[in-house]
Design a protein around this ligand. Sequence first.
Ligand SMILES: Nc1ncnc2c1ncn2[C@@H]1O[C@H](COP(=O)(O)OP(=O)(O)O)[C@@H](O)[C@H]1O
Ligand SMILES: [Mg+2]
Length: 323
Amino acid sequence: METIPPALLPANMLAVLSVLLLYPYNPVSGVFQRLYCSLSDSCECDFKPNIRDLEWDLYKNVFGQPLAQDIVSEEVARFLQNKSPDRPLVLSFHGSSGTGKTLVSSMLGKYLFGSAMSSPYVHQFIPTLHFPRPDRVQEYREELKSWVKGNLTECARSVFLFDEMEKMPPGLIDVLEPFLGPSHVVFRTNYRKAIYVFIGTSGEEVINRKALESRQAGRDREEITWADLQDDIAQAIYNSTTSGFFRSSVVLQRLVGRFVPFLPLSRRHVERCVRAQLCQRGSCGRGDVVEAVAGGMTYAPVPGHYFSTAGCKAVPAKINFFL
Ligand SMILES: Nc1ncnc2c1ncn2[C@@H]1O[C@H](COP(=O)(O)OP(=O)(O)O)[C@@H](O)[C@H]1O
Ligand SMILES: [Mg+2]
């Protein structure tokens, strides 16, 4: 009887187990999956989406952002429930500084992969770091394209976060066009399972104007609807040279699934940010610090002083000052 050479065993086993993994309804596949994942560093093994905990965290720990909470939890759940999505999930976060955009994007990474934001399948781009020279756009275009392509080949479940889009050189993001649309297969890779999140302050004027009108009319921020803002955000970023989407075919071809508006934060939201931070540090009862930090922020516009100009940014630093 022929025996399998020991050196070949792990590779063979991995191949067999990976074939078995293709049958998710097989009752024994759970056992094989665990065995396979203990031997392999496949991204499907690190991919452990936990939509319930994501929703819980979003609704409990993000203050004053009903639209972002609803859209992000809805879109992520809808996308992940579909075993073979016909296009990737593309979200674009907009709003003033300190309103929770980066916070929400990191929650996404946290609840999708077992190794959270340190997963090798969560990729973050920061223009000032990765694309600092506007005169090198052509070079960056090639690099970004082959980089995204390479990562998708490695892991169809890759998550790409593009922060500080307002500093992204115009024209660069269009290189992603073939990855973001619904066409079949690009570069022989299934790229429709990927998630892209763009994050930037552009569009803040239209969002803040809508929030102000709503507030002046005595309405709750919960009454502002997604439909009130979508077209205005798309227009604003398409026409702005500092949005990363200036005259972008990504916007023109409607490749962004949803624009996610982050509303400006009121004093009561800043107070919640301070209280949450204080509790994390074991000083829950310091109402005096809540008062001092929230009272020390600047609120605009001048008549009304409704919204914190820096959102909840710098809250930890200010707490240090008063504690
Ligand atoms: N809506 C919010 N709810 C809870 N914390 C917030 C909110 N907005 C901002 N923060 C806190 O303020 C700080 C800055 O937020 P961040 O997400 O980096 O803002 P942005 O990316 O919109 O500029 C972080 O510590 C974050 O936890
Ligand atoms: Mg940010």
